[in-house]
Every structure is written in structure tokens, then in C-alpha cells.
Design a binder for this molecule. Structure first.
Ligand code: FES
Length: 160
């Protein structure tokens, strides 16, 4: 979907900016906000590019650099940390061979930290794209990643 159509969908109003930027980022195959797209958005919404860049850098859900197809966000807030999020991070690092802020060479996963995801009752917690996973263990993390990789392979097969 083009920038203008996304703006049209939400309404060209500054109060809709976060949702508009979210959809624009989602539409990008590398899940980031490119400068040329922000220039276009600036023209359409009559908002200075500096403001858009400021918004993109203020909110952790936005990125100005390319990321993987799936964004893994591991909660690092105290309740999750106390219940072992550092062990989950280690499991993710081992499984994906990347650290926080990095993307796997195949472009499938980017690993990030996040603050509370609002699911402290099932800590430790991570989200992958829009899905939240709780009561994480090393085994559960590996099973979730396995499932996503399998889905990816099946989707690629179906496209052939
Ligand atoms: S502290 Fe991790 S989900 Fe709330």
C-alpha cells in the first residue's frame, strides 16, 4: 500500500500519525521507515521531516534501519527479569546466533529488548510481531522459533 493510501485510510490528521507510521513500517519488507518514505509522508501531512524522525526515534516500535521479517521483542522490565528473561535472552542468542539489535543473516528475525508488554502475570514474556508469548522457557522459545521457520518454509513452497 502506498504512503498516500495509508494516510487516506487513517485520515490526514496529526493525531493519526503513530498508526500511519506503524502501517507504513509494516508495509516495508525490511520493517523500517526509509528516509524517502518519511520525505513523502512529510509532504502529504505537512509535518517537518525532523518531527517524523524524532517520532520514529522516540518510540521503540519504530526503526530507521532495516530489520528482519519477524521482530522478536524480549521484555526486560523487572518482573520478567526476576523470572528469568536473561535465560530467555541466552536461549534466543544461542538459537539465532544474534544479539540485541541484530538481524539474522537470512533476514528472518530481528532481536530487540522492550519494556513491559502488559503481560507480567505470565512472565517472562516476549512478543513476535503482534503475538505475545508468556511463561517462556528455553524449550518453549525453541519450539516457537521452529514453528515460525516451518511456516516460512511452507509459505515459500506454496508460492512456487
Ligand atoms: S514486566 Fe514483562 S510483560 Fe510486564
Amino acid at each position: 500500500m502506498t504512503v498516500s493510501r495509508i494516510v487516506e485510510k487513517h485520515g490526514n490528521n496529526r493525531e493519526n500519525l503513530l498508526q500511519i507510521m506503524h502501517d507504513i513500517q509494516d508495509a516495508a519488507t525490511d520493517r523500517c521507515l526509509h528516509r524517502d518514505v518519511l520525505d513523502e509522508l512529510s509532504d502529504i501531512m505537512n509535518i517537518p521531516v525532523a518531527d517524523l524522525v524524532g517520532t520514529a526515534t522516540f518510540y521503540s516500535m519504530f526503526s530507521l534501519t532495516p530489520r528482519g521479517r519477524h521482530i522478536i521483542r524480549l521484555c526486560e522490565s523487572p518482573p520478567c527479569y526476576i523470572l528469568g528473561s536473561d535465560n530467555i535472552l541466552e536461549a534466543l542468542r544461542e538459537r539465532l546466533d544474534i544479539g540485541i539489535g541484530e538481524t539474522t543473516p537470512d533476514g528472518l528475525f530481528t532481536l530487540e529488548h522492550t519494556s513491559c508488554l502488559g503481560a507480567c502475570g505470565v512472565a517472562p514474556v516476549m512478543s513476535i510481531d503482534d503475538e505475545v508469548y508468556g511463561n517462556l522457557t528455553t524449550g518453549k522459545v525453541n519450539a516457537i522459533i521452529d514453528q515460525i521457520v516451518e511456516n516460512q518454509i511452507a509459505a515459500a513452497r506454496n508460492r512456487k
